[in-house]
Design a binder for this molecule. Structure first.
Ligand code: ADP
Ligand code: MG
Length: 316
């Protein structure tokens, strides 16, 4: 696909993808207070970076959308809402938390008047025949012990955080609001969009219909970054970067990772689906489609990773 041409005199466009798991950290119950506190870590850095880059913020919603689903199932008195609606709800709730935290951080720097921002509800086109619908792989909601998970009425998988419910996670084909997002960037807004991977929709003739799934936010972010012609793409998560032998005795984090090696390690199973796998795939796709830099780093290290001092940098 052709990347939009941006004026070379303008600042580079940076897409910052915030991990849903970095908003609710290991061991936390996920209260709203905890999520607001955690958001200050990436957003104080984003506020600083807004001086040098035009910024798009995307975010995950794995813990939050899974919690909403559980809340539905705790009450039989009201009709249940489908996953697509719950994804839309998380775009609203997390978009609001990001906006108000970013506002405070910009204010601290005296940038709140000149630097405006906006959350865009966004839906993302998927293929109803995507094999992912037959093979749920996206972990959502809280982590359970093996014993509790065994008694649950839905499919769970073992993750590094414990056993978690999994749902279908089809590949993003296109971001429906890409032109609107592009226009807002051109107008100077920091844009928050593609939350939770976007609201998944399929197309029937000219109509869009929501579908039960949660798209991986890193793959959706890479697609958005490509479609708006972003220059840089950073995925901020709860580990320092990409590791080989993750969680095993020989574990070591990589500072640099060539695309060929990344592809090979993916096929060798170093990066599981539903967590590090889609991040590495997203970095590869972004660079293959004309992006300049892709980095995976800890949420604490967004600024230093962009300066080349932390995280894992992908090399073409
Ligand atoms: P996010 O919400 O940021 O997308 P994910 O849980 O989807 O977070 O992905 C980050 C997680 O990937 C880390 O917490 C880590 O447990 C897991 N992970 C799996 N394999 C690796 C690996 N090879 N290197 C680093 N982290 C890995
Ligand atoms: Mg993830």
């Amino acid at each position: 696909m052709k990347r939009p041409a941006h004026s070379p005199s303008k600042k580079d466009i940076l897409v910052v993808a915030l991990g849903g798991n970095a908003l609710i950290r290991k061991g936390e119950v996920g209260s709203v207070q905890e999520q607001f506190k955690n958001l200050r870590i990436p957003l104080s850095q984003v506020a600083h970076l807004s001086r040098d880059y035009r910024i798009v913020i995307t975010h995950g919603n794995g813990p939050q959308v899974g919690n909403l689903l559980l809340q539905q199932e705790c009450c039989d008195a009201l009709p249940r809402l489908p996953l697509e609606i719950l994804v839309a709800q998380t775009q609203g709730q997390i978009g609001y938390m990001i906006e108000s935290t970013l506002d405070n951080e910009l204010m601290k720097l005296g940038l709140d008047i000149e630097q405006r921002f906006l959350t865009v509800l966004s839906y993302v086109l998927v293929d109803e025949h995507d094999p992912a619908f037959q093979h749920p792989s996206k972990p959502i909601g809280p982590a359970f012990t093996e014993e509790v998970a065994a008694g649950l009425p839905y499919l769970t998988v073992k993750t590094s955080k414990g056993y978690r419910r999994v749902v279908a996670s089809p590949k993003p084909i296109s971001i429906v609001e890409k032109r609107e997002i592009d226009a807002l960037i051109e107008m100077g807004f920091i844009v928050i969009s593609c939350g939770g991977g976007g609201i998944p929709v399929i197309k029937e003739s000219r109509m869009f219909h929501g579908i039960d799934a949660v798209i991986d936010k890193d793959l959706a972010s890479a697609k958005l970054a490509e479609e708006i012609g972003a220059d840089l793409f950073i995925m901020a998560t709860d580990v320092p970067g990409v590791a080989l032998s993750y969680g095993k005795s020989g574990e070591h984090f990589l500072r640099r990772l060539g695309l060929q090696d990344a592809r090979r390690y993916l096929t060798e199973g170093e990066f599981p689906e539903g967590s590090m796998g889609p991040k590495v795939e997203a970095a590869i796709q972004f660079l293959e489609n004309g992006g300049k830099r892709a980095v995976i780093a800890s949420i604490e290290d967004i600024q230093s990773a962009l300066q080349g001092e932390a995280g894992t940098e992908f090399e073409k």
